[in-house]
Design a protein around this ligand. Structure first.
Ligand SMILES: Nc1ncnc2c1ncn2[C@@H]1O[C@H](COP(=O)(O)OP(=O)(O)OP(=O)(O)O)[C@@H](O)[C@H]1O
Ligand SMILES: [Mg+2]
Length: 331
């Protein structure tokens, strides 16, 4: 992942500074570019002026600013898509979970948000040729609901080596919103050290909603949330990995028509998440899934099921990697 920086690669930066960066685990341009200067100070102990400088230099090297639309199309071809466990779900997602962006799973309790996360944490590890992302998974669990037993069950049902799957999932329990923000700040280092290709935050909003109560604190909460989401988006882009967030719904009693349930987190969440999937309970073990507010995906409602294999198609079947369903974009 990325080129290891040597002294001299960042013009005008002293070799002692490069050493400090290396010691803090910031060894590639990408990781320096996505770490805000204040965090670089915290991690390395260097002065803020130096931190601002190395961050700006690294960003210039990684991101030259304007790019042509043809270059952008070329970059987008390197995007990967992680299959989800259901052909139908893959289809409405445009082939699977996209890398480089944030995908948000929205729904009330029991709607299947965490079940989709479990399934993805198994499938993202599969090689790219098999519809996975070929990397490790990092889970930030804010509710203490992410259980390894369920991962084992899904991996077994799908015929994978459970020990290997488990060892490639890094789980951090976030105890409050400050802790959650800190874990998110550390992601560039974790992503780089462990070759992470999928980051899950389940749930993104829970702590924020619990801690910031009342109108007076709303602005502060939204600001903190926006900054954490910004960090997540930068990591997604810089490391070409997928970010999945879960979010609950809140009843809006003043809704005159349509669904009274709205995702929490307001415009800040809506703006940061490229793809938003709305989940609802259906009959028996099925769930209804629909993409909302997408820049290019259709708003089609489909049905999936939750079984011992995690998320599957409605009839309980799931795509095998070698069937010819259009899972992975071919380059
Ligand atoms: N092994 C399993 N086989 C079949 N269904 C299961 C299995 N495990 C869990 N489920 C179903 O998944 C549901 C829970 O879904 P999930 O935990 O994803 O909800 P959620 O959307 O994350 O809710 P919350 O907002 O409370 O976190 C259970 O009600 C159960 O019906
Ligand atoms: Mg859950």
């Amino acid at each position: 992942m990325g080129e290891v920086i040597e002294a001299g690669l960042l013009e005008g930066v002293a070799s002692t500074t490069v050493k400090k960066l290396h010691k803090a685990g910031l060894v590639t341009l990408e990781s320096i570019a996505v770490t805000p200067p204040r965090d670089i100070v915290e991690l390395t102990g260097m002065g803020i002026d130096t931190a601002v400088k190395v961050n700006a230099l690294a960003r210039m090297k990684v991101d030259p600013g304007f790019v042509s639309a043809s270059d952008m199309l070329e970059m987008r071809k390197h995007k990967l898509r992680c299959r989800t466990g259901s052909n139908e779900l893959n289809r409405i997602l445009g082939g699977g979970l996209e890398t480089g962006v944030i995908t948000e799973l929205i729904g009330e309790f029991g709607s299947g948000k965490t079940q989709i996360c479990y399934t993805l944490s198994v499938l993202a590890q599969r090689p790219v040729e098999e519809g996975g992302l070929g990397g490790r998974v990092c889970v930030i669990d804010t509710e203490g609901t992410f259980l390894p037993e369920r991962v084992v069950q899904i991996a077994e049902a799908r015929g994978y080596d459970t020990q290997e799957i488990l060892s490639n999932i890094l789980i951090a329990r976030a105890y409050n919103s400050d802790h959650q923000v800190l874990l998110i700040k550390n992601l560039p280092q974790v992503a780089q050290e462990h070759d992470v290709k999928l980051v899950i935050v389940d749930s993104m909003i829970g702590h924020f909603r619990g801690e910031y109560i009342g109108r007076a604190t709303l602005a502060e909460r939204q600001q903190k949330l926006a900054s954490a989401l910004g960090n997540l988006l930068r990591v997604a882009e810089a490391f070409n990995l997928s970010v999945v967030l879960t979010n609950q719904v809140q009843a809006k009693p003043d809704t005159a028509y349509g669904d009274p349930n709205k995702p929490t987190g307001g415009h800040v969440m809506a703006h940061a998440c490229t793809h938003r999937m709305y989940l609802r309970k259906g009959r028996q073990n099925t769930r209804l899934a629909r993409i909302i507010d997408s820049p290019y995906l259709p708003e089609e409602k489909i049905r999936i099921a939750i079984t011992e294999a995690g998320v599957t198609d409605e009839d309980g079947t799931f795509p095998e990697w070698d069937d010819d369903s259009p899972i992975q974009e071919k380059e």
